[in-house]
Design a protein around this ligand. Structure first.
Ligand SMILES: NC(=O)c1ccc[n+]([C@@H]2O[C@H](COP(=O)([O-])OP(=O)(O)OC[C@H]3O[C@@H](n4cnc5c(N)ncnc54)[C@H](O)[C@@H]3O)[C@@H](O)[C@H]2O)c1
Length: 345
C-alpha cells in the first residue's frame, strides 16, 4: 500500500456531508482537503471540527479548477447530482455519489456515459452493502446454508418527518422524487444484492398516510413493488417513509434449504434438534442516522480499489445503476398502472 492519500473535495455541507468527511478521514488512505458549500463556511472551524485542513469554496467550477483533489464526493441536493457528476468526471475526478443517483432514468444514463467517457472511477452510497448484516447474509448464501433462494422481501420502514433536516426538500417532487428515490432504494438495492439475479419485470402500487406531516409530501410516500427475476424467482420491496414506528429494515429470504429473517437463520443443513431460529450476532441495518451507516468501510473499499486501479466492489456506478433501472421501472409502473419490463426505455 502506498503512502499517498486519496484527496477528496466534498460538495455540500449538510447531514450526509459531515458523515462523509469523518468516515473518509478515518480510512487509512483518504483525506478531505476541500469543501464546496452553498453557505459560506470558515476553513479554520471546519479543519478543527474534522481534523484535516480544508480549502473552502462556494462554486463547484472553482473547486474543480483550484482544489488539490482526486475525488469529488457529491452530497448536495438530488436534482444537482447529474450535473455535478458530469462536471467532476469531465474534470478528471473520481466520484462518490450519494443516493439517489439522480431523479430520472435519462439522467442516470447520462452520468454513466460521462463517467465511462472520462475513464474515472465511481462509488455510489448504497453503503448498506457493507454493513455486517448484508456481509453475513451474503456469506450464508455463498455457503449454501439456505440453498437456492426463490423468494425474498426487503422492506424499508422509516418515517421521514420534520424531525429530519432533509424534510424541507425531500417532501418535494422536484427533489425527493418518489418514496423509492427518497430512501426505499436502500431496501431495493439490498434485495437485488441478496437475490443475485436480473429483474425482468416489476409491478408497483402506491398510497399515502392521511397524517398532516406526510400529506405535505408531493408524491405517494408508501409503495410496494413486486419483482420477477430472470430465473423465475420473485421478490417484494415496500418503501414506507410515512410511518410512526422505529426504523425497520425488514429482511426475509426464503430458499430451498432454509430461510433468513432479519438477524435469524433457519437451515436444514444445521440439523438442529428443534425447529427454531438461530440468532445471528450481527449488526442490523436498524438506524436511519448517517452516523450509524458503514460509510467508512465503503470508502475504504473504494480507496483501496483506486490504489489497485480497479472498479470498487459492490457499489460502483455501473453496479448501482442496475438498481436504479429497476427503481425507475417501479415508479413508471405506479404512473401507468401496469407491470413494466425493466430496461424497456
Ligand atoms: N446514503 C444515505 O443513507 C443517506 C442519508 C442521508 C442523506 N443522503 C443523501 O445525501 C444527500 C444530502 O442529504 P442531506 O440529508 O445531507 O441534506 P442536507 O439538506 O442536510 O444537506 C445538503 C447540503 O447541500 C448544500 N448544497 C445544496 N446545493 C449546493 C451546491 N450547489 N453547492 C454546494 N452545496 C450545496 C446545502 O446548502 C445543504 O447544506 C441527498 O442526496 C440525500 O438523499 C443519503
Amino acid at each position: 500500500m502506498s503512502d499517498k492519500k486519496q484527496k477528496v473535495g466534498v460538495i455540500g455541507y449538510g447531514w450526509a456531508a459531515t458523515a462523509h468527511i469523518d468516515a473518509i478521514n478515518k480510512t487509512t488512505n483518504g483525506l478531505v482537503t476541500a469543501v464546496c458549500s452553498a453557505r459560506p463556511l470558515d476553513a479554520a472551524t471546519l479543519g478543527a471540527t474534522h481534523g484535516s485542513a480544508m480549502a473552502v469554496f462556494q462554486d463547484l467550477d472553482r473547486m474543480l479548477a483550484e482544489a488539490d483533489v482526486d475525488i469529488i464526493s457529491i452530497t448536495g441536493y438530488p436534482d444537482q447530482h447529474r450535473d455535478q457528476t458530469i462536471a467532476a468526471a469531465e474534470a478528471g475526478k473520481h466520484v462518490i455519489i450519494e443516493k439517489p443517483l439522480a431523479l430520472t432514468l435519462e439522467d442516470t444514463r447520462a452520468m454513466r456515459a460521462a463517467v465511462a467517457k472520462a475513464g474515472v472511477r465511481s462509488c455510489v452510497c448504497f453503503e448498506l452493502r457493507f454493513i455486517s448484516q448484508f456481509q453475513t447474509i451474503r456469506a450464508l448464501l455463498d455457503e449454501g446454508l439456505v440453498g437456492d433462494l426463490h423468494y425474498g422481501e426487503i422492506d424499508y420502514y422509516h418515517g421521514i418527518g420534520p424531525w429530519y433536516g432533509q424534510y424541507r426538500w425531500n417532501t418535494t417532487k422536484a427533489n425527493g422524487g418518489s418514496s423509492l428515490l427518497s430512501a426505499g432504494c436502500h431496501a431495493l438495492d439490498a434485495l437485488l444484492l441478496c437475490m443475485g439475479d436480473d429483474v425482468v419485470e416489476v409491478t408497483s402500487y402506491a398510497t399515502q398516510s392521511s397524517h398532516a406531516i406526510f400529506q405535505k409530501y408531493e408524491y405517494p410516500t408508501s409503495t410496494v413493488t413486486l419483482l420477477k427475476f430472470a430465473s423465475g424467482k420473485v421478490g417484494k420491496c415496500a418503501s414506507v417513509i410515512d410511518c410512526f414506528q422505529p426504523y425497520y429494515f425488514h429482511t426475509h429470504l426464503v430458499g430451498s434449504e432454509g430461510s433468513i429473517l432479519d438477524d435469524k437463520l433457519y437451515s436444514n443443513k444445521l440439523h438442529l434438534r428443534d425447529k427454531k431460529w438461530t440468532q445471528l450476532p450481527l449488526a442490523l441495518a436498524d438506524s436511519g442516522d448517517v452516523a450509524d451507516h458503514p460509510y467508512q468501510a465503503q470508502f475504504q473499499a473504494f480507496f483501496d480499489a483506486l490504489e489497485r486501479g480497479e472498479e470498487m466492489p459492490l457499489t460502483s456506478l455501473e453496479q448501482s445503476a442496475k438498481t436504479f433501472e429497476v427503481l425507475f421501472a417501479a415508479d413508471r409502473s405506479i404512473e401507468i398502472g401496469k407491470p413494466v419490463r425493466v430496461g424497456e426505455r
